[in-house]
Write a protein that binds this ligand. Structure first.
Ligand SMILES: [Zn+2]
Length: 527
């Protein structure tokens, strides 16, 4: 490959990304995302569309007052409307009000779109592109031109398609970006058309792809391999319909696999991805390449054994390069390697081939057969390990618990109510407490907390973050059973616990008891 210009990353999470279903950022959120992107080393940050949205105007006002490490902020807009002067178009003028160093304008490429959707002549469309780019340039902006529907148009009318980007380039656009707006193009065409476009305007181009065919990243990669020097996309692939080119996948591919230096600290990628998901209030995708929780998770026993010996055997890159980590899960697919790694990480090194390993393995398999899953219930797994290795003193001995649910015939206050009572032996003392709540598990939890708190004050700081119930089929053809998974937190750490029974209350009880047991353990009740 001949020497090429430096590749830049252009992030549009705050504009195209927010057009995704369920994605919304406040002005404050947008500023925080932009700061993180700047710290991470993104070159251009598209902040929004000032002509379309008052929130974006507020963002640009605040952004203009900040000093950015290296990122240049870009405002986004459209070419002028047909049949009017560019300086009279309020939407275009708003782009100057945003006071950004870069302005990106999108224009029409596809004759079908120009005539039938936009309703202007092909000649007028070329004039709209020229006038808008020249006007912004004359006002001191660096102008990027987004050629909408470039590839769809290229397939149908190559000559006109290339004429539109020539118009933008001749009018002073410093970069023309070829957009696969509908996300339906294939990498072969994208590569070939990208090379052709660069030749037609005598300058390298950029790429903006969408993921409708699952090819957003592949198409961007094809464009870069064909000479594109700017890649546009979004963090975690947010964007309209199924989303944009996912920078969280593309950046490590370019940097680690093609050896293109893009960002200084790629090891902050996973943190960036999770930060943005958290602000957008979107659940993380566990299967996201590079940054997902499952990206370097090993479940099969043979794989675990091999990864311990030689990480490269089942990992395409070292997880630490992207700030992720290797996770070994406990499952009935596991061999003893998983158990050994887990036990060691918990501080109980046990010897390979020892009777303890066989005992743990046998018990894990038996419980998994009954319906337990320890993959996200690591606290229950640690307690199990401690019990089996004779290193555990339970919080209490259960004498009995009971729950009662009364539903009265008519609505009103207290029309239904759950009460529960627990009788526990805690350090040789018999403790009897009651609790009430909206449901039987709440009521039981209230009674359990009341009984435990005087002896284990840490219980007061535990909050239940999530409670999931799943009905599982008995694997021996027995009646269906219930698995309850509880995620707890003390505000700092999070831990998962699990319970299984043919009774939902008993399954919940097991998971609750494990949660408080684990909290007490962490608080240093015993080693
Ligand atoms: Zn787009």
């Amino acid at each position: 490959m001949p020497a090429r210009q430096k590749i830049t990353i252009y992030d549009t999470t705050l504009r195209d990304g927010t057009q995704g279903t369920g994605i919304s950022f406040s002005v404050q959120d947008k500023l925080r995302v932009a700061e993180r992107l700047d710290e991470f080393g993104i070159h251009y940050i598209e902040g929004g569309w000032p002509g379309s949205n008052p929130k974006d105007v507020a963002f640009f006002e605040a952004a203009a007052k900040k000093s950015w490490r290296q990122a240049k902020i870009a405002a986004f807009g459209m070419t002028r409307r047909g049949g009017m002067k560019v300086e009279e178009d309020a939407q275009v003028r708003q782009l100057l009000v945003a006071e950004t160093p870069v302005v990106t304008v999108v224009g029409k490429t596809w004759p079908l779109h120009v005539r039938e959707v936009f309703g202007v002549s092909l000649e007028e469309n070329l004039a709209m592109i020229r006038d808008t780019v020249a006007y912004l340039k004359a006002n001191g902006r660096e102008v990027f031109y987004d050629a909408e529907h470039f590839f769809d148009s290229y397939r149908e009318d190559e000559e006109y398609t290339l004429a539109t980007i020539r118009a933008a380039s001749d009018a002073g656009a410093s970069l023309v970006i070829l957009c696969d707006t509908n996300g339906g193009s294939l990498p072969g065409l994208v590569g070939a058309a990208t090379a052709k476009a660069a030749t037609a305007i005598g300058a390298p181009v950029g790429t903006h792809t969408h993921d409708d065919s699952g090819l957003g990243v592949a198409n961007a990669l094809a464009a870069v391999e064909a000479g594109a020097i700017q890649v546009q996309g979004t963090v975690n692939g947010y964007g309209e319909r199924v989303g944009n080119c996912n920078l969280t996948t593309l950046v490590p591919l370019l940097q680690l696999k093609l050896g293109l230096p893009l960002v200084a600290d790629l090891a902050r990628l996973t943190e960036l991805s999770r930060f943005v998901d958290e602000l957008a209030n979107v659940p993380q995708s566990i299967r996201a390449p590079f940054v997902g929780r499952a990206a370097f998770t090993h479940k099969g026993g043979l794989h675990v054994h091999a990864v311990q010996k030689l990480a490269r055997s089942y990992e395409h890159v070292d997880p630490s390069l992207v700030g992720n980590e290797r996770v070994v899960t406990i499952s009935d697919l596991s061999g003893q390697s998983n158990i050994l790694m887990k036990a060691e990480a918990m501080g109980f090194p046990i010897a390979k081939g020892s009777p303890e390993v066989a005992k743990v393995l046998q018990e894990v398999k038996r419980l998994e057969h009954e319906g337990y899953e320890f993959e996200s219930a690591e606290a229950s797994f640690e307690l199990l390990l401690r019990r089996l290795l004779g290193n555990h003193r339970p919080l209490f001995e259960l004498e009995e618990y009971h729950c009662e649910f009364v539903r009265a015939g008519k609505a009103g206050s207290d029309w239904n109510k759950c009460v529960a009572a627990v009788k526990l032996r805690i350090q040789d003392e018999l403790v009897h407490r009651e609790g009430s709540g909206d449901g039987p598990v709440n009521a039981l939890d209230a009674a359990l907390r009341a009984a435990l708190e005087p002896s284990y004050p840490v219980v007061a700081s535990v909050r239940l973050d999530d409670y999931k119930v799943r009905i599982i089929n008995g694997r021996l053809g027995t009646a269906a059973r219930t698995r309850v998974f509880i995620l707890s937190t003390d505000g700092r750490a999070q831990w998962g616990t699990v319970g299984v029974s043919d009774n939902i209350i008993e399954a919940s009880w097991q998971a609750l008891v494990d949660s408080y047991d684990y909290a007490a353990l962490q608080a240093g009740r015993e080693s």
